[in-house]
Design a protein around this ligand. Sequence first.
Ligand code: MF3
Ligand code: CO
Length: 257
Amino acid sequence: MTSIITSTQEEIAAMRIGGKILADVLAHLAMMVAPGVDAASLNTEAEALIAARGATPLFLGYRPDGASSPYPATVCVSINDEVVHAIPYKGKIIMDGDIVSLDLGVRYNGMCVDSALTVTAGVVPARTQKLIAVTKKALYEGIAVVRAGARIGDIGHAVQSCVEREGFSVVRELAGHGVGHHAHEEPMILNFGKKATGELLIAGMTIAIEPMVTSGDWRIKTDEDGWGIRTMDGSLAAHFEHTVLVTKDGYEILTEA
Ligand code: MF3
Ligand code: CO
């Protein structure tokens, strides 16, 4: 419970550089998303762009506790009802009207950063645009309460209020997390909760805040490959994530261009 991990100035400097690299690569991938594009080509491009910038993929070969197999790709490409962690299989083609979540992690000078975003391919209905916009807004409202002395529940409360105000749902069984020396560290950052509850944020902590939001119910199920996670009711899901440094007076978003 109390193993709060903070980073040194040198480690934070590495995460700043890694974060810029990640933001740049993710922006490139987002621009590639269009009807007819193969998910595997996004993965190939991600690998090339990361290597060209002197970083290494964080998710490739990553095996969290309890996972039956290591993750086989560099970027997660989750389409429509897929919430997160979907594998970018060759022949998985993005269609007109799809929403596509890209989740990417890189390691630079030993330090890890993690970020995700959702974009559209072609034309989508207004309510779908709204789902994406609200998920992004929820991430930034969650980030806005970050400062030394705030609590994890403040973040969850900010995210949940933003999402539910608009009639959408937050996924409950997945959460944000500490990140830095490892892809996933303590503390767990729930996307729902009560103000002034949970662990205290301390200056020097680096955390990944990542609302996963659905247009229907929040319940999820795992695909047969053990990785892809989708909504139980088939409703659409969006996902935004940033790695954020906690500071004395606020925060610094490390995975922004
Ligand atoms: N951003 C994802 C998360 O925090 C990272 C997934 S790692 C993977 O859950 F290897 F499982 F893809
Ligand atoms: Co994450």
